[in-house]
Ligand binder design. Structure first.
Ligand code: HXC
Ligand code: NAP
Length: 293
């Protein structure tokens, strides 16, 4: 009888599917590239020869991203930038262009999220998550595309999403709505900018736990059962698996893929049935008492 082993382990850290030097001479701009998945994605581009630009708000994150990229031997520029502020994005692209030339690839990875029952969510909490995750992603894409259109050069954008863009995300109504917006925007922009040589794709991670997860997200994960056996793959994602997908989507081997959102989650979001486990309210999941006005 077949054993329950789940999906095999990925190739080892440091291995690359694309030929070495695929990104030689190219520059990749990664928002939120100093932590977690953004750092892992940036590292895979660096291993393939790219120069990296990492943009986010916190100096400690930028330092961590810089250290990770320098370890690969690649060149890196870090820039303080809040992607809610269009003028800060423009300044970050000026700095990137001054150092390496106009970035060839934009990875829109930065996002905001915390678990909260919808009825408890303040208008500003909603606004903050949508502002970073959806508006910030558009502002970065817009800055990148305008510069390429003006220069007459091609480029590639990868927007990092989440599978609750399709399913909804109880406890994460703000983030799920924002990610649904990102998926739709990916499709619009791919059509608008394809004629000018700009690819726009989405990349959706499944569950990829990592040491940089915010306390809010970590505590939300800690409230649920063991992670590996809940996945059809019988394991969670390993960071490099997302990095490899990003380097493929933005590579010369994926030029005819545009407007597509690729899910890297071992089929977890398709795992649905009419007999799901009993419903537990978000308030109960979060250990919150009854709602009070
Ligand atoms: C309820 C909260 C809250 C919480 C903040 N707020 N945290 N409400 N529960 N846990 C509210 C605040 O009270 C405030 O509303 C509003 O949100 C803005 O909060 P600020 O702290 O002023 O915002 P800011 O300093 O801009 O920080 C943004 C942030 C923060 C989103 C709140 O967490 C952050 O910087 N996050 C970046 C990293 C991140 O979120 N990573 C997760 C990506 S993971 P009021 O009304 O009081 O003014 C992901 C998918 C993971 O996206 C899926 C895994 C399963
Ligand atoms: P993370 O470590 O918390 O990364 C979020 C990054 O976004 C941080 O580096 C943060 O840097 C940056 N950021 C947040 N707000 C910003 C702002 N206003 N301006 C500029 N940068 C900002 O989370 P992660 O798990 O790596 O998530 C990365 C991406 O994957 C996100 O799009 C997330 O939605 C998606 N995702 C992750 C998972 C998972 O399992 N990890 C699952 C589904 C989707 P600063 O704090 O320095 O600004």
């Amino acid at each position: 009888m077949a054993e329950i082993t789940g999906l095999p382990e990925p190739a080892p850290e440091g291995a690359t599917a694309l030929v070495p030097g695929t990104y030689d001479g190219q520059t990749v701009f990664v928002t939120g590239g100093g932590t977690g998945l953004g750092k892992a994605i940036a590292t895979e581009f660096a291993r393939l020869g790219a120069n990296l630009v990492i943009a986010s708000r916190k100096p400690e994150h930028l330092e961590a991203g810089q250290a990770a990229i320098e370890e690969t031997g690649a060149e890196v520029l870090v820039v303080g930038c809040d992607i809610r502020q269009a003028e800060q994005i423009a300044e970050a692209f000026d700095a990137a262009t001054g150092r390496f030339g106009l970035p060839d690839v934009l990875i829109n990875n930065a996002a905001a999220n915390f678990p909260v029952p919808a009825e408890d969510m303040s208008p500003n909490a909603w606004r903050t998550v949508v502002d970073i995750t959806l508006n910030g992603t558009f502002f970065c894409a817009r800055e990148f595309a305008r510069r390429h259109l003006a220069a007459g050069t091609p480029g590639s954008i990868v927007n990092i999403g989440a599978s609750y863009a399709w399913t909804g995300g109880p406890g994460f109504a703000h983030s799920a709505a924002a990610k649904a917006g990102v998926k739709s925007m990916t499709e619009s922009l791919a059509v608008e900018w394809g004629p000018y040589g700009i690819q726009v794709n989405g990349l959706v991670p499944g569950l990829f736990p990592h040491e940089d997860m915010t306390a809010d997200i970590r505590s939300s994960l800690d409230r649920t059962h063991e992670k590996d056996p809940c996945q059809p793959a019988m394991r969670v994602g390993q960071l490099r698996e997302l990095g490899w997908a990003a380097t493929f989507l933005a590579s010369p081997f994926a030029r005819f893929i545009s407007g597509h959102t690729m899910v890297v989650d071992g089929a977890n979001w398709q795992r649905r049935s009419m007999t799901n486990p009993a419903v537990v309210t978000i308030r109960d999941q979060m250990g919150k008492g009854p709602f009070e006005l």
